[in-house]
Design a protein. Structure first.
Length: 57
């Protein structure tokens, strides 16, 4: 089982985690728009990771 499969299974098993990750992704993307080096895509990834790590830890 790869790490991606583990994360997907944990998101499915934890109620509300997917919604929280989507919310943090949107916030990260909006915050990163004015930063030309980071961009909204990396901001969204950082936001989703933050939500996942907060919930897991």
């Amino acid at each position: 089982m790869s790490k991606i499969d583990q994360v997907q299974n944990e998101i499915k098993a934890t109620p509300g985690l997917g919604r929280k990750m989507a919310k943090y992704s949107a916030i990260g993307a909006v915050i990163a728009i004015p930063l030309p080096v980071v961009g909204p895509v990396l901001g969204a990834l950082a936001g989703a990771y933050l939500a996942y790590s907060k919930r897991k830890g």
